[in-house]
Design a protein around this ligand. Structure first.
Ligand code: FAD
Ligand code: SF4
Ligand code: SF4
Length: 485
């Protein structure tokens, strides 16, 4: 629970949201609850530097809407991804257990202009929304841009409206950083037009839930573009990278999380940070693998909500883009997208551009698309079932998921990994705050590394176990040969 949750108001739904999602630590900071007209909710960075919903005590406590629980992607009263996507896509699409409904699945990249160079992966994220704009299907693109941090608001990125192709293209790249949608939802209400919004899976789900409540949003948001998501990071992730390059946490001004490195595998990319160092504005870059804490499997600075999420590929989006982490594509340093199409208009745009050779795309199977996110699905399906089981055992409230609580499907080692992942995320927030307070990055490493080493040990089966397994196999073979003889 964050220290900012202090007040409760005379609204049962708001209090329910507070007592379950927010106080339970499951708020992903999307801003949907704050986006309802007249909502008493406000988005704020908490002490762990995660955006969280809080009550704005300066607003009158007469808010009477009953919609707040049904727009929160983690509440017990909102529809799940299957219920939302069934309504939207079941008419034309096929259903796959992992990627949900789909019309077509591809892997490839943009071959025209410099979309691929400027994008994090194959450039499809920016290419799709640029084409929706240039073909007159929308008037504006709502996505993430850099912002100048101020003492009152240190955030480096936010949702913003782009209305020209140049603006859209300047909003390329993945931002592993807290953002929220309440301000842009208000902008859509105030500014008539047709919009496309880009977001990670839980944010797109939140937008769909808001559209069900608000006819104006439903009329104006024409397309939702989803990004595949491993998990969301607090602002500490950016700070951790910058600090190792010599820029202290409160001196960071800008960051590029994904700089392509020539001749390296696509997953061995670099970062670039800009900030103040001895009163000079400096820019440094580094390959991620030279920096501590960049292994996403460790889950440093992860939101708790992400350990209780079962949508990897934005199942409620009209199209989803991500990285094709498949052996046949990962060697290409320029990056390759996996693309899951659910809207017929977007399929037509893509197919047309493939014929014109503007896109270089291979048709892949739904299974291959899912395979490109193998570890994401393991963590958010089998792993999630165990984490839910633990919550159930503790008698705590937890968000209802499509995955059901279970323990028997994981052996002791796999169960221990799940517990360690939760511990690593929790401890990383604490250790980094201690390092900031002490003014030394090494404090973070000293406090978190023992846990990292323990976690890594779980991946090394002790040799005596390997020997025992081999002995067992030999014995079984011997006995079966003996019986046959
Ligand atoms: C938090 C996070 C976690 C991710 N985890 C995975 C993963 O586990 N596996 C995987 O395959 N891919 C993941 N991605 C997606 C991946 O990083 C690329 O964004 C994706 O492959 C698209 O690349 P591109 O070159 O096609 O897009 P680009 O051309 O670079 O365009 C990206 C578009 O997304 C928008 N955008 C960037 N960051 C955000 C954000 N935080 N919220 C909303 N919109 C944003 C940009 O403004 C731009 O419009 C993640 C992305 C994020 C933001
Ligand atoms: S997850 Fe989103 S809707 Fe739910 S409480 Fe947090 S900010 Fe509000
Ligand atoms: S892992 Fe799930 S909850 Fe976390 S940011 Fe991604 S989509 Fe949202």
């Amino acid at each position: 629970m964050t220290e900012q949750i202090t007040a409760k108001i005379q609204n049962t739904e708001v209090n329910q949201l507070l007592e379950t999602v927010i106080e339970g630590g499951y708020c992903v900071g999307c801003g949907a609850c704050a986006a309802i007209s007249g909502s008493p909710m406000k988005m704020k960075l908490d002490t762990e530097q995660k955006l969280q919903a809080t009550i704005d005590t300066s607003t009158p406590s007469t808010f009477s809407s009953h919609a707040i629980m049904s727009v929160c992607p983690f509440s017990s009263q909102s529809l799940n991804e299957d219920q939302i996507s069934q309504e939207l896509f079941s008419h034309d699409g096929q259903y796959h257990q992992q990627i949900g409904y789909y019309l077509n699945t591809y892997a490839g990249y943009v071959a025209e202009d410099d979309y691929r160079d400027r994008g994090s992966s194959g450039g499809m994220g920016t290419w799709i929304v640029t084409n929706l704009l240039s073909q007159g299907l929308v008037d504006g693109v709502i996505h993430i841009h850099q912002r100048h941090p101020s003492p009152d608001d240190p955030r480096l990125f936010h949702y913003q409206l782009s209305t020209t192709v140049e603006q859209v293209r300047n909003g390329a790249k993945s931002r592993y950083y807290p953002v929220e949608i309440s301000e842009v939802m208000q902008l859509i209400r105030e500014q008539p037009g047709r919009y496309v919004i880009v977001g990670i899976p839980c944010f797109i789900k939140a937008v769909r839930l808001l559209m069900r409540q608000d006819p104006l949003l439903a009329e104006r948001i024409k397309f939702c573009v989803g990004l595949i998501c491993g998990h969301l990071k607090s602002t500490r992730f950016a700070e951790m990278l910058a600090w190792q390059c010599g820029i202290e946490p409160n001196h960071l001004l800008a960051i590029d999380f994904r700089k392509k490195l020539p001749d390296a595998n696509a997953n061995r990319y670099g970062i670039e940070v800009t900030g103040l160092q001895t009163d000079q504005i400096v820019t440094h870059s580094s390959p991620v693998y030279d920096l501590y804490g960049t292994d996403w499997g460790l889950g440093f600075f992860k939101y708790k909500a992400c350990d209780y999420c079962d949508d990897v590929v934005a199942e409620t989006a009209d199209v989803t883009v991500g990285d094709a982490w498949l052996p046949q594509y990962v060697k290409d340093s320029q990056g390759t997208n996996v693309v899951i199409v659910r809207h017929p208009i977007i399929r037509e745009i893509i197919e047309c551009a493939m014929t014109e050779r503007k896109l270089h795309m291979d048709q892949i199977s739904a299974n291959e698309a899912a395979q490109s996110q193998k570890s994401g699905f393991q963590h958010r399906r089998e792993g999630l079932a165990y984490r839910l089981y633990l919550k159930e055992q503790q008698g705590d409230w937890y968000p209802q998921k499509r995955v059901k609580p279970s323990a028997s499907h994981l052996n002791k080692n796999l169960q221990a990994r799940q517990m360690m992942r939760v511990a690593l995320a929790t401890q990383s927030h604490i250790a980094f705050k201690n390092a900031v307070d002490a003014g030394q990055f090494s404090v973070f490493q000293q406090q978190i590394d023992p846990l990292v080493q323990k976690y890594k040990q779980l991946y090394h089966t002790p040799s005596w176990k390997r020997v025992a397994r081999r002995m067992k196999r030999l014995l079984v073979n011997f006995l079966s040969n003996f019986k046959r003889g």
